[in-house]
Design a protein around this ligand. Sequence first.
Ligand code: ATP
Ligand code: MG
Length: 794
Amino acid sequence: SGPSADALLEGLNEPQRAAVVHAGAPLLVVAGAGSGKTRVLTRRIAWTISERKAHPGSILAITFTNKAAAEMKERVEELVGRRARIMWVSTFHSACVRILRKEIGALEREGGTWKSNFSIYDAQDQKRLMTLVVQDLDLDPKRYQPGALLHWVSNHKNELRDAEQATAEARNKLEETYAAAYTLYQRRLREANALDFDDLIMTTVHLFDAFPEIKETYRRRFRHVLVDEYQDTNHAQYALIHSLCADPLEQEATRPEGERVPPAELMVVGDADQSIYAFRGANIRNILDFEEDFPDATTILLEQNYRSTQTILTAANGIIGHNKGRKPKRLWSDAGDGERIVGYVADDEHDEARFVSGEIDTLVDGGAKPGDVAVFYRTNAQSRVFEEIFIRTGQPYKVVGGVRFYERREVRDALAYLRMLANPEDQVSLRRILNTPKRGIGDRAVACVAAYAERERISFWAALQRAEEAPGLATRSLSCIRGFVDLVQELQSMVDAGERADVVLETTLERSGYLASLEESDDPQDATRLENLAELVAVAREFAEDPQAGPSADPADVDAGLVEPGLTDFLERVALVADTDQIPDDPDGEDVGVVTLMTLHTAKGLEFPIVFLTGLEDGVFPHSRALGDQTELEEERRLAYVGVTRSRERLYLSRAVVRSAWGAPSHNPASRFLDEMPVDLVDWRRTEAAQTRWSRPDLSGSLGAPGGGLGSPTASGRRNFSAAAARADAASKSRKPARAIPSLTAGDRVTHDSFGLGTVVSVEGEADRAVASIDFGSDGVKRLLLRYAPVEKL
Ligand code: ATP
Ligand code: MG
């Protein structure tokens, strides 16, 4: 017996209940932030299973991130029990992968059909492939940048325009060239039996269009479709929903009455004010036009916010009220006014980070948990300064969407091995590891094989296997290639035998010589690489031992214990880990958590008791790109609205007077969003007037006491204050290096004023002449003369 109907409706207000129990016509729930849209969607699933006796397998719920999907599933299971496990709660991408793994064989490609073990190319793979395309087409990579081409291709895919259409529509030379790149890029993907992220959706839509009987299978299966964050769906996603839920299929009309399948029940929830993915093709019209797209739709509005204090809501409403042409909302809270918002004007980004860090200390001393705190910024690069200070003060933190585990070189190498084993036609992966570790297969040999593959119109892997027929290959290269082919075939036999992902991975690292090459190396970074690989093996093991792990398997089979997760499932899980899914579980199991750093975009849908919204400067947030463009500015404003409304109890707003961008300091005026909030909500701890006075060098001697009228500074305020003084002091002294040259050795962790955190790769020369090569992650390896470089050893 399930939960009582009362229990399922408990803690919901009237319109929320109405949305939960609504049956029949398509339902749209539109409401401002924190009004319980996600809660209603979750309860509706539970209600549909428990009260309306829907089979859990007939439910398809779409969330924006895999993490949100996992949480939603867990919540529904709590309400209705284990049988809920077989419902599909996932992102658009994951749902499409599942469908395609089963059905893609129906689609043709050169020389055959697609295979269900297709690879999923992520941003890095795409870039590598597009770079090859640019080379193959003999294009100038300066003029035709792979990133720009990919963006263009992505826009087309989100609009469901394939390469042929793009070619037909090209109106000038430039567009023709772009279309040619799109065409070749798609051909290479097909040859590699690979899909990129946008393809996952476009291909599923095409599949449904081309094969009505396949579409019908899924229309019969999914009787209840629910979509969260509907305002951020793009055209392709909309088309997918439409083909599952809109008017009945043509064949339906010719069927006898009793055999007709009515369209699925559809519920979408969203908030047009929170649409922040236009740059990825999200179309705000999808939510605005819902009632036209689904003519018999019912709309429910929610107006009470349960997340934030009235102060926070008033600030949010103040900002979003400046957007034109929106439907005004009456969002209110009965949580009371709560704390005033705290504002801070920093000298520079370091001072801002110190303020945030000091304030967190104070809050934690006062009983807050680090896990309650989130620090938001507009662009990923802004995380560095915060990371530096948290490392220094020992404040545990996590960066959501920063340099990620899965982007590290060794992890990508290992995954390339696995992907190549699962799908040997995956040329990008195959070529990545062909000579990694070095096994005597040089660029010339690769070029010979590639040319041979091209001429024979066979895959790169097939060409490797027939390498003795490839003209121009040196005997030595040939025997190296034979060794490699033997290795791959041996490893593939494990995969064919259904060996677990962790076992395949460990054996591969061992037999390929990859581990040995790291173990023999005296580069200290390679020790870290070994640790990361050990971590990856642990991830694979955990996955293999998780009975629910196989996402591509039919959940009903998993439930029946029929399917063991295999290598393909593991690779899929890894490939689908989106930026927002990088929030690890609390490592020590204690409930204090760590401070979360993330961009505003990844904060969507989440909530935190305490939020720091940083970098509130025109040119930073709103982004410089948006300053002269009304449409983009409105999108930035929605982003600000999203940011402010993540906060439940306390909100901090900060900006820096000077911020270094690309190594040069820039002076940014206050963000216009600050002026758009009612002034009396914000308690300015430090204003620009104070800042100017405090940092004037001639006052550096008399900085002992803060000026009047500023209120009493907090402990952290005082810390910043003395830091400002110290800097002013240093600036007033002569120009000779004020500090000792740091003595560094390979492996040391350092921080650089502009590049942020880095690891020393090597050091040459001594004393004044010492030059260090330092790896700054995504900024690359820099050679720096230590005498001048603003580098500090950590
Ligand atoms: P967003 O637009 O940011 O995605 P949302 O509309 O999805 O927000 P939820 O995240 O579902 O809002 O809810 C916000 C908070 O309010 C959550 O903590 C939720 O548990 C709580 N909440 C929602 N409805 C109620 C209610 N009727 N009574 C008490 N708390 C509620
Ligand atoms: Mg939500």
